[in-house]
Design a protein around this ligand. Structure first.
Ligand SMILES: NC(=O)c1ccc[n+]([C@@H]2O[C@H](COP(=O)([O-])OP(=O)(O)OC[C@H]3O[C@@H](n4cnc5c(N)ncnc54)[C@H](O)[C@@H]3O)[C@@H](O)[C@H]2O)c1
Ligand SMILES: O=C(O)[C@H](O)COP(=O)(O)O
Length: 528
């Protein structure tokens, strides 16, 4: 199978080498299409690789009927409609580590250029003005750098700023006083950081919670003469409020690498001599571009060849050791879900998944997603996948509970799935038998031993002599061969279950003939 990959933003040639070297990857580099043109061609692609330029909107994703993965060669995914990607079952991966160093270095370059007015002085010289008085700066030593957002880049900036002998103070919802102390910086609330800093640099993602995090109210808390740096994302700082704060002399200078609207050719902030700027160059180094393109190319290859991705954005990432432990259960969990959904007719309201034995000791979220995928697949088809299974469940009002239990019923591992509808509760349990693979070992309260694969017929009947014979005759009439058969009953002459593995699918009419037998209460054909 050949996969079509579209590279829609300029990526490092060396960085995309893994894709070039990969068999079955057909690479198309098209960095000039308009959004409208992109919409027309996206349908033929299995993977889309972008930087921050291409806007991967809901409209684009809706047209992307073959799209399986979006790779963001960089950190910020605010140019990708993640909800739309998730709803359409498209996994999004990014490259969160490859440009950390470059972005931190760019931030430091901006802080130093800002403090010594280097761009302004250079511009003046270019314009034949030798002016030494106008470009007096301030030292960084002993000044306080306030960092808002102490993630990968924020932390790198902190360590470099300490090298400049700055006092570093930071706010991040995940930062504790102890952690700050370990890093040799001061912890503060957002308000405390804003009030104490001589320089303030933001390093958060852009999300609805951080949009205009630095607004006029935030500026009002700052020291007069404060200098502001944004090398993270346009929109974290309210540009109108910054403009006013510079005019009012509250802010003495600002260094901006990112803007609310990009690209632009004139901007009111750039009319102010206090503002220096670069056109979103934080990650624009040879090294960072190669790193991020390699990382994202490798994840695209991994995903398309059925391996685990390393940097998923819309799926929780699972450590390799954990994945090695749970991977053998993937087939079983999906098949149990698919099996069970055939036993109910009313809409599913609740799914309870019980993990016992070995399974109670590992991270089981991927198995839960996989089971839910199996349950939903019957009615929603193949477009349900690991990415969107929980989204669809939520949209259909199905609540999912997973729990770990010590009740293994003698198995070393046991996965029990229970679904509830308004009228009934049904369950199935399976195990992975060492060396023998997956088995269904319980259907409701009946004990069975069936491999969850192929064509199955589940018959609920009255435990009476002759039923099996009559049922067998009907199958024989239709040339349906029985491969295996399991029977269990609640008590002698009572309710019983028959589970048959047959060599081919039974159609509706054939099933109806079985249902007409007096002792048979219910017949379900399940193709796993
Ligand atoms: N200019 C560039 O070219 C460039 C390059 C790389 C990254 N970036 C941007 O830099 C930003 C940071 O990247 P990163 O790799 O460090 O990300 P990260 O996820 O490692 O760090 C972000 C940090 O922000 C914190 N945070 C979230 N909400 C917050 C809030 N309300 N207040 C304070 N902190 C908050 C998070 O807890 C996290 O620690 C992103 O916006 C990314 O897109 C820009
Ligand atoms: O979020 C990022 O990684 C940076 O903003 C880099 O964006 P870019 O890939 O467009 O340079």
């Amino acid at each position: 199978m050949t996969f079509n990959i579209l590279i829609a933003d300029p990526l490092s040639e060396d960085g995309i080498q893994p894709l070039q070297d990969s068999e079955n990857m057909n690479l198309v580099i098209d960095t000039t299409s308009s959004p409208e043109e992109l919409k027309h061609k996206i349908g033929e692609f299995d993977a889309l690789l972008v930087r921050s330029q291409t806007k991967v909107t809901r409209e684009l994703i809706q047209e992307a009927r073959n799209l399986k993965i979006i790779g963001r060669a960089g950190v910020g995914v605010d140019n990708i409609d993640l909800d739309a990607a998730t709803e359409h079952g498209v996994i999004v991966v990014n490259a969160p580590n490859g440009n950390t160093n470059s972005a931190a270095e760019h931030t430091m370059a901006m802080i130093m250029a800002l403090s010594r007015k280097i761009p302004q002085a250079f511009l003046a010289l270019k314009n034949n003005q030798w002016d030494r008085k106008k470009y007096v700066g301030v030292e960084l030593k002993d000044k306080t750098l306030g960092i808002v957002g102490l993630g990968r880049i924020g932390a790198e900036v902190a360590s470099r700023a300490k090298g400049q002998r700055m006092n570093v103070m930071a706010y991040d919802p995940f930062l504790t006083e102890e952690k700050a102390e370990e890093m040799g910086i001061r912890y503060g609330t957002l308000e405390e950081v804003l009030a104490a800093a001589d320089f303030i640099t933001v390093h958060t993602p852009l999300m609805k919670e951080t949009r205009h995090l630095i607004d006029s109210e935030a500026f009002s808390l700052m020291k007069p003469g404060v200098q502001i740096i944004n090398c993270a994302r346009g929109g974290i700082i309210d540009e109108d409020a910054l403009y006013e704060a510079i005019l009012s002399k509250k802010v003495a200078g600002a260094a901006m690498d990112v803007f609310e609207k990009e690209p632009f050719l004139d901007h009111k902030l750039l009319t102010l001599p206090e503002v220096i700027a670069t056109p979103h160059l934080g990650a624009s180094t040879v090294e960072a571009q190669e790193n991020v393109a390699i990382d994202v190319s490798k994840d695209v290859i991994r995903f398309l060849t059925g391996e685990l991705v390393q940097n998923p954005v819309n799926l929780p990432s699972v450590a390799k050791e954990i994945m090695n432990k749970i991977e053998p259960y993937f087939n079983l969990s999906e098949k149990l879900g698919l099996f069970l959904i055939h036993s109910v007719t009313d809409p599913v309201e609740e799914v309870n998944i019980h993990y016992a034995g070995d399974l109670s000791e590992v991270e089981v979220a991927p198995l839960t997603r996989n089971t839910v995928k199996g349950i939903l697949k019957r009615h929603l088809g193949e477009h349900v996948n690991d990415v969107n299974a929980l989204y669809f469940a939520e949209r259909k009002g199905i609540t999912i509970h997973e729990n770990k239990t010590s009740k293994t019923r003698g198995f070393t591992n046991l996965l029990t799935v229970e679904i509830k509808t308004k009228s009934e509760t049904k369950s199935v349990a399976g195990t992975l038998l060492n060396g023998l693979g997956p088995r269904i070992v319980k259907v409701d309260h009946y004990s069975v031993d069936v491999t969850p694969e192929g064509h199955m017929i589940v018959i609920h009947h009255q435990d009476q002599p002759g039923v099996i014979g009559r049922m067998g005759s009907i199958l024989a009439e239709h040339q349906i061969n029985i491969a295996t058969m399991q029977v269990d009953r609640s008590d002698v002459g009572g309710e019983a279950i028959m589970m048959l593995k047959v060599d081919r699918h039974m159609d509706e009419e054939q099933l109806n003939q079985l249902k007409e037998l007096n002792e048979i209460h219910d017949v379900t054909a399940i193709d796993l």
